[in-house]
Design a protein around this ligand. Structure first.
Ligand code: DO4
Ligand code: MG
Length: 286
């Protein structure tokens, strides 16, 4: 089952939707379920969604709605260097920081950094940003874990951890500037609910980048290649921390284009995770 937030001609504010099968959306807002944060806190979320799927709610076609990011005010954090590919790409990018990346891949404590406020994330169909002061930019296609306010992993969405590799490579202390700026994080389009970690580890993550209608990069990895378990990452995220509205954790990238590649304005980034769907964004300078 897949949850989303959307706008339609029926109501001028964001609504909650449930995609059961095909392209038909159950408009949960039409039966009074309006708050995603509260819904994710339901004691038996899967049972609640199964019951809501049968509710006398309005039905809409996906083609009739504009999808929004599947978060409200959840903070978005990201884990890094969780795939071997990410470690090697980062070590190539910077002599200065190579040892840090090498060490963190094997260290008990993972790299975890703040990425975005939920309300600043970009939805599918929106524009992701490359910084005006950066010359080397890539998308990072990542599985994102969705936690409710009780720290429970309740679902999965797709994340794009847009990154400025030249700024990150110049000095590790510039990482927040390389990672967190306007439109640097896209999320969506759905939260897949009810899949176990074992099931999610079977999913593939693919990314395609198109320029002027032609494919300029394509890559794929498997969620199963993440070095750390979701439970381990969740444990570190929630250490000495609280998320009164829940949180999202991007789990790191396993696809990094060759070092010669950089994004350009107008590129279209398509990230597909087999158990979730496709997140599509055009690139703009911000
Ligand atoms: O330290 C660099 C960031 C790592 C990251 O974002 C990733 O591996 O996905
Ligand atoms: Mg990343």
């Amino acid at each position: 089952m897949k949850l989303c937030r959307f706008r339609s001609a029926h109501r001028p504010w964001p609504c909650l939707g449930l995609l059961t099968t095909g392209n038909t959306l159950v408009d949960l807002s039409s039966v009074g379920v309006e708050c995603l944060t509260s819904l994710l806190d339901s004691p038996d979320l899967v049972g609640r969604l199964q019951a809501l799927a049968q509710a006398p709610a309005r039905r809409l076609q996906l083609s009739e709605v504009t999808l929004l990011t599947p978060v409200e005010q959840q903070e978005v954090w990201a884990a890094g260097v969780t795939y071997l590919r990410s470690k090697t790409a980062r070590m190539e990018e910077s002599d200065f920081s190579a040892t840090a990346y090498d060490r963190v891949y094997d260290a008990p404590r993972p790299e975890i950094f703040f990425k975005a406020l939920g309300e600043k994330t970009v939805a599918t169909g929106g524009e992701v940003g490359i910084r005006a002061d950066s010359k080397w930019n890539v998308p990072e296609p990542e599985l994102a874990l969705v936690f409710n306010t009780r720290r429970e992993l309740v679902g999965y969405t797709i994340g794009n951890d847009m990154s400025s590799r030249d700024i990150e490579g110049e000095n590790l202390l510039y990482l927040p500037q390389a990672k967190t700026y306007r439109a640097s994080c896209a999320l969506g389009p759905f939260i897949t609910v009810g899949a176990s970690e074992a099931e999610a580890r079977e999913w593939t993550i693919g990314v395609k980048i198109e320029r002027d209608g032609a494919e300029v990069f394509a890559g794929e990895t498997g969620v199963g290649k993440i070095k750390r378990s979701f439970e381990e990452l969740a444990g570190w995220l929630h250490r000495s921390q609280e998320f009164p509205r829940g949180a999202v954790l991007l789990t790191g990238t396993g696809v990094v284009p060759a070092n010669e590649f950089t994004l350009a304005v107008g590129d279209v980034v398509r990230i597909r995770i087999s158990g979730i769907g496709e997140l599509v964004n055009r690139v703009a300078v911000v």
